[in-house]
Design a protein around this ligand. Sequence first.
Ligand code: 5GP
Ligand code: MN
Length: 335
Amino acid sequence: MIINNERDPNYNEKLTNISKALTEWQGPIVIVAHVDPDGDALGSTLALKRALDSVGKNTKLLMDVPRYLDFLTNEGEISDAMETLEPNTLLAILDVSERGRVWGVSQEGIDSAAFVVNIDHHGTNDRFGDLACVSPDKAATCQMIKDMIDSSDIAWTKEIATPCLTGILTDTGNMRFANTDSSVLIAVAGLLEQGVEYAELTDRLQWRHPDYYRVLGKVMSTVDFPLNGLVATVEMTKAMKDDLGPIADDSSDYVGQIRYAEGTHIAIFFQEREDKIKASVRSRGDVSAQAVCVALGGGGHKPAAGVSFTGISFEEAKAKVLAEAKKELERHNLI
Ligand code: 5GP
Ligand code: MN
């Protein structure tokens, strides 16, 4: 797995080429993002779909939209996963660090696409596709979509700007994380000028089903501070979920609740799911969540990364992540 967190040296040129490929494409355009979609995955794909639809393109956006983001979509805008792609399909893959993390189209499906475009800001992206623009200096894929639409002939509307702003807000923690530079604030200002209802959007993005808070209570009861208190962890096991019965909420940003524990450098949320065990890792400063996850086969950004395991127990998975967290803390002479 590569880690290249540098700006794409041909950023503007590549975005222009991608924009041309999309707007000149005569066949179907299928737009996809990563598994477990977040605000940037939906925001970037939905903004792109609306932009391309406005210039008469034939697009489909494939996603299993989490319930807390569903308010952004209109009836009929989102399609289910596709078994096969139609002939002459351009596949646009957004916010996906590696081919294996695409949702909605199989690996054979990706191979069958007539043309593949890869727009992303993950340093662990392997730059796959016929045209790839990967720029980890960008806070969000939505920021890249903003730049691309700005440089095209497509006219901004509130309907394009709203999802586009969403991904910038969610990937920067509402303009608070270290990836918030002046270019982010300028992009946000530009999107607000298109009429986005800012207070309403930021409020709505925080809404969660009451079940979220029921789960939160259980999850927070597991909080622990291993490795001399330098790490904060919480967990959700299958047994905890079974105890609660069916849950109507599908958001799971529980790691966001513990990342501010004083004295900690790394926060981890361990989740035991039906099909896999997932760790969501966050870090601050020079400590890298990305390094921890990449060492275990996962990926992401320096301050926010993830990794999944199959075929090992929950306890084994936890031990593996904590061992890597320890190594990362040692690299920074914190332990
Ligand atoms: P989260 O923990 O919120 O699911 O993910 C944090 C970041 O890490 C996101 O940018 C996400 O795309 C990335 N990420 C999460 N899990 C994995 C994984 O298993 N592999 C890779 N390559 N990236 C991941
Ligand atoms: Mn993103």
